[in-house]
Design a protein around this ligand. Structure first.
Ligand code: SF4
Length: 322
């Protein structure tokens, strides 16, 4: 399965080691720089520096303002009001990123500009403790403009399950965008959907069936609407956390495609490995490798075409711990 190169991912600049933080420091993340950096072309953005706040600068924070639609203001320690300036900057900068063809975005956690979840929101000067329920203003505009783009915070990427889910979505999004930006036919979309069956089953069998109905009705839906609905529904299905039970189900489904072609010893071995995976005794790479091996040996094209068997480059080693 080939996808266009390069793989571009947007990122908060400080995570790459750029000295753009308010205190002139950085938050270099060795995993992102050293491991991912070999496969990814980063598109770094520091909203605070790019909007002209300079380095070093006064700290800024989110303050609750129930009079505003978004419920918060961005304010400097000195009381300087930065909300409109940041929102204007974010709108323009993110619009210009459409040309970059991003496949994902990694944000710095806790930042009043870049943080995606649980950013501190203060209550002005009334002495109440800050609540951790805000979203940075740049991050808010990012998910508003690109609702299907996989976005994650660097802290959560240290969890192997969340990391694997993020990159599975990154590669799925990239391949889907490549399809929908080409001169695709209904037949291409049907083929795409067929080759995502196992992946979707691992995330949500219900959503898989719903998407199947959309594809079945494809000829009655205007193309632009069909593309938008398929992308929305597919990416929202992939955001649902895949569980070990649903992975086991998807793998059992794969085994079913060998029908009677597996000899008894190979079949028993495969089922035993699957049971070990179900019981959390081995990582998913073990049954997946065995399924791939038999699919190649027996030339089961349907399985070899499934993105589920090769969700992301092996260099990322994302399946070794999930
Ligand atoms: S968190 Fe965002 S705004 Fe803050 S230094 Fe990093 S890139 Fe810049």
């Amino acid at each position: 399965m080939t996808v266009p190169t390069p793989l571009r991912i947007g990122i908060s600049s400080c995570l790459l080691g750029e000295t753009v933080r308010y205190d002139g420091g950085h938050k270099r993340d060795p995993y992102l720089v050293e491991t991912l950096g070999r496969l990814v072309e980063w598109v770094p953005v520091c909203p605070e520096v790019e909007m002209g706040l300079g380095t070093p600068r006064e700290t800024i924070r989110l303050v609750r303002d129930t009079g505003r639609v978004d419920g918060v203001r961005l304010v400097g320690r000195s009381g300087r009001q930065l909300t409109s300036r940041m929102q204007r900057f974010a709108r323009g900068r993110l619009r210009s990123l459409a040309k970059a063809g991003l496949s994902g975005y990694i944000l710095k956690k806790d930042s009043p500009s870049c943080g995606l979840e649980r950013v501190k929101v203060w209550h002005g000067d009334d002495g109440r403790a800050a609540e951790r329920n805000g979203r940075g203003l740049f991050a808010a505009e990012l998910v508003r403009q690109y609702p299907n783009l996989p976005v994650e915070e660097e802290g959560r990427l240290h969890d192997p399950v969340l990391r694997e889910n993020f990159f599975e979505r990154v590669f799925a999004y990239r391949r889907l965008r490549a399809l929908l930006c080409s001169r695709w036919t209904i037949g291409d979309l049907v083929r795409w959907h067929t080759t995502r069956k196992l992946a979707l089953m691992a995330h949500s069998p219900v959503r898989y069936r719903e998407l199947g109905r959309l594809v079945a009705d494809a000829r009655d839906i205007p193309r632009a609407e069909l593309a938008r609905r398929y992308e929305d529904e597919f990416m929202s299905a992939m955001r649902i956390r895949a569980t070990r039970a649903r992975h086991t189900n998807a793998l059992m489904h794969a085994v079913g495609h060998f029908k009677r072609r597996l000899d008894t010893a190979s079949r028993d071995e495969l089922l035993a490995v699957l049971e070990d995976y179900r019981l959390d005794l081995v990582p998913r790479i073990v049954p997946l490798t065995l399924v791939r091996h038999h699919a190649r040996r027996l030339e089961v094209e349907y399985l070899l075409d499934q993105s589920y068997l090769n969700p992301h480059p092996k260099e990322l080693a994302l399946l070794n711990h999930v």
